[in-house]
Design a binder for this molecule. Structure first.
Ligand code: GLV
Length: 330
């Protein structure tokens, strides 16, 4: 029987399905292992159920020669060195589709909370400072009818575009590595623009671009300076897409109106400057966290692991591989 590692706690009833096929070492206390602790546990395993918190890089792979499958419970997989996995014949899987609508809901909510100053005004109310109604109290930019900018136009970006265009009468502009097919652009009612136009025209800019060296600090001081002073920025992509220090400065200086962040550089640490500014909404990387969706993600990661290691009804054909070329050479 192959051995697998479940690196973090994830819905015990779902993880239980692995036990019919494998010898399972799991993490019922949900400890966050150090790298040496992770390597120690992974070195004799054929498969791993991981989350975005475990870094699976070349050093880990060298130490874990039995590894054949890394199944991430996340759509993003920047925590995994996919090229190094492919070179070693290790299949990598992620959890696309099942989280698209839930994550888009959250992105939209975070954008609205930032724009309409919901967190800021709630903190004010809780502080006991509210003594009277005031004509421009927490007056904010509007959301409906404004221009929604989206950086990164994959499945989640498109789901956010639909919400903006169809639900809120927004004009949607986007920038992406590749332009959508005309039919898809028409369906999500979004117009392709270059990055400078996106930054200059968006009233509300939402980031949904995968993290890679190419998207590192895609929004830094220069980009923030080119946005409208009344604009908001929402990041549900990955920490590192935004230069958090530059964002804290821009918010303090009033270069943009507000921000909503669900992801942070070096999370779970949060840049101290962001904690100091009032016009920001901060959430702990929970955009996909509805009960239904997180269960669906765990279930898909388990299905992937079972199939990637040649078990179950989809043996040899995991449903959502990131590097399917590995499967063809097996
Ligand atoms: C969450 O951030 C994910 O990539 O699923």
């Amino acid at each position: 029987m192959n051995k697998v590692l479940v690196a973090r706690k994830a819905f015990p009833d779902i993880v239980e399905r692995l036990r019919a096929h494998f010898e399972v070492e799991d993490n019922p206390d949900d400890a966050v292992w150090t790298r040496p602790q992770l390597i120690e546990r992974l070195q004799d395993k054929a498969g791993a159920f991981t989350t975005g918190s475990e870094r699976i890089d070349a050093e880990v792979l060298v130490a874990c020669p039995a590894l054949k499958a890394v199944c991430n419970m996340a759509v993003g997989y920047n925590n995994i060195d996919v090229a190094a996995c492919t070179a070693r014949g290790i299949v990598v899987t992620n959890t696309p589709d099942v989280l698209t609508e839930t994550t888009a809901d959250f992105g939209f909510a975070l954008m609205m909370a930032a724009a309409r100053r919901i967190a800021e005004s709630e903190r004010y109310l809780r502080s006991g400072a509210w003594s009277k109604w005031h004509y421009d109290q927490f007056a904010s930019p509007d959301v409906h009818g404004t221009t929604l900018g989206i950086l990164g136009m994959g499945r989640i970006g498109q789901a956010i575009a639909r919400r903006g265009a169809l639900g809120f009468g927004m004009q949607v502009i986007y920038h992406n590595r590749s332009r959508l097919a005309p039919q898809t652009e028409a369906e999500v009612k979004a117009r392709y623009v270059d990055k400078a136009t996106l930054l200059g025209e968006a009233d509300h800019l939402v980031l949904v671009v995968p993290y890679s060296p190419a998207s590192h600090h895609a929004i830094g001081a220069a980009e923030l300076a080119s946005m409208k002073p009344s604009a908001t920025l929402t990041n549900i992509a990955r920490g590192g897409v935004v230069d958090d220090a530059a964002l804290a400065e821009a918010l303090k200086a009033g270069r943009i109106a507000a921000a909503g962040l669900d992801v942070f550089e070096g999370e779970p640490k949060v840049h101290a400057g962001l904690l100091d500014v009032p016009n920001i909404v901060l959430t702990p990387h929970i955009a996909s966290s509805s009960i239904t969706t997180r269960r669906a993600m765990a279930s898909l990661a388990v299905d992937n692991l079972i199939a990637a290691l040649g078990q179950g009804p989809q043996a040899g054909a995991p449903p959502t591989p990131v590097n399917p070329e590995v499967l063809r050479t097996r």
